[in-house]
Design a protein around this ligand. Structure first.
Ligand code: NI
Length: 165
């Protein structure tokens, strides 16, 4: 199991590398990330949040949609998006902070699965929301980056965000 990295940790802002080897160690990492996400009651987790600068995230929204199951997205890239939706978000790396974020409602995604197959799929609703949040992590972006500066200052005054993050 992995330890969660919190806002202020430079790994959350670092550039991530694409994954090229689809081997046992990748599968072990995916399993460990899923266990860590479940332990923390999260619905998504990106590799930088556990200290790895890699283009990998896991998502499990089965607590919201029972047809869903834990999934890994490797080298994910959003190639199209549409609509607009405002939803309250949180992040395991920023405990006790939640706020509304406006994002596209649907996305078209290209990614690799665990075996290295290149897939292209469309998502909307919660999957699209969580995927966009996690893919932001792979680009060094946190959801609080979308908040106005007066809200950031208030969070910093309350000690919920460090001065540098
Ligand atoms: Ni997050």
């Amino acid at each position: 199991m992995y330890k969660i990295r919190f806002a202020g940790d430079p790994v959350l802002r670092r550039e991530t590398r694409p994954i090229e080897q689809f081997d046992d160690s990748l599968n072990k990492m995916i399993q460990n990330m899923i266990v860590t996400m479940h332990r923390e009651d999260g619905i998504g987790l990106a590799a930088p949040q556990v200290g790895y600068s890699l283009k990998l995230c896991v998502v499990d929204i089965s607590s919201i949609d029972e047809k869903e199951h834990p999934r890994a997205f490797i080298n994910p890239e959003i190639v199209d998006s549409w609509g607009e939706d405002t939803v309250e978000e949180g992040c395991l790396s920023i405990p006790d902070v939640r706020d509304d974020v406006t994002r596209p409602e649907g996305i078209r995604l290209v990614y690799h699965d665990e075996r290295g197959n290149r897939l292209e799929e469309s998502y909307d609703g919660w999957m699209a929301r969580v995927l966009q949040h996690e893919i932001d992590h792979l680009n060094g972006i946190l959801f609080v980056d979308y908040l106005p500066s007066f809200k950031i200052q208030a969070l910093q005054q309350k000690g919920l965000l460090p001065q540098k993050f």
